[in-house]
Design a binder for this molecule. Structure first.
Ligand code: ZN
Length: 285
């Protein structure tokens, strides 16, 4: 029995994410991979994290259905994390369901684009929040609110994940930011401004917005071309034709759900232009 103890320990260490640190503590720089060995004495500093984005979603269905859709083995959707409608509490801490390990690629973003990148599943962590989304009524869309417990858990997770991977504020995104033609989640009731006050995600400076508004009525009609140029520079996939066509309008709605949730009509107004220019000034100069 004693003869299998050491290889067994090596195997356990090799399977651990912090395998190298564990091995160094053991005074051993070799990783045994069964029929070959890795020498880790010399490592390169020329590397960065593969994970660059954090993407927020709502599931649009209840707890039971969310869990079923995100875990059924049909090659459909998945996400790294699922926040239930009422997160459990364990030892005083809220509990999130970890459905896919962070080092694996979850299928939450679909066809997507941000800045210079496509297919964000490759480079992101996805958080799904149980929320019914919206119902269509006579007065337009009625959105379902998030609970304070869900938002507190989102905030703690976003802070932790962004810190661990060095994700920049402008890369903490809504699904609707990266797929504005298809997606509305996490919707206008997701509290981006409140999270930004806690240091999570991007937000334009008030002074810059006032500067770019330049005394205009916030609802005044603005140049579609200026808005398209600014939003493309900030990261959105948006036409550059100077026309408020259907595709452009959907991007404006996505942008407004994130940065101006009080009016998500998709209009090309002065406030939208000022917000876009202020974000470019802060994050793209
Ligand atoms: Zn989504």
């Amino acid at each position: 029995m004693k003869r299998i103890t050491i290889p067994l320990l090596a195997l356990i260490l090799a399977g651990c994410t912090h395998e190298k640190n564990a091995l160094i503590e053991q005074g051993n720089y070799k990783i045994d991979r069964g029929n070959y060995t890795v020498d880790t004495r010399i490592t390169s500093a020329n590397a960065n994290e593969r994970i660059r984005f954090l993407v927020m979603h709502y599931t649009a269905v209840d707890d039971k259905e969310s869990l079923r859709l995100l875990t059924q083995p049909d090659g459909g959707a998945s996400a790294h994390y699922l926040i239930p409608s009422v997160p459990a509490v364990d030892g005083g801490k809220p509990v999130v369901l970890g459905l896919v390990p962070e080092r694996r690629r979850a299928w939450h973003a679909g066809v997507s684009h941000w800045a210079q990148r496509d297919n964000l599943n490759d480079t992101s962590i996805g958080i799904e929040i149980v929320n019914l989304g919206f119902t269509e009524g006579l007065t337009g869309k009625h959105w379902y609110p998030y609970t304070p417990e869900q938002i507190e858990l989102v905030a703690r997770m976003a802070q932790d994940i962004a810190t661990r991977y060095g994700i920049s504020p402008d890369n903490i995104l809504a699904h609707s930011d990266i797929a504005p033609q298809r997606k509305h989640d996490p919707g206008p009731l997701f509290p981006w401004e409140m999270l930004a006050k806690r240091g999570i995600g991007a937000w334009p400076s008030k002074e810059a917005v006032v500067k770019y508004l330049a005394g205009r009525d916030p609802a005044a009609t603005a140049s579609v071309k200026v808005i398209q140029t600014a939003l493309a520079k900030y990261g959105y996939q948006i036409p550059q034709n100077g026309e408020l066509d259907e595709e452009t309008r959907k991007v404006l709605i996505a942008f407004q759900m994130h940065f101006r949730p009080s009016d998500i009509s998709g209009s090309a107004d002065a406030q939208t232009e000022a917000l876009a220019l202020a974000l470019v000034e802060k994050y793209r100069q």
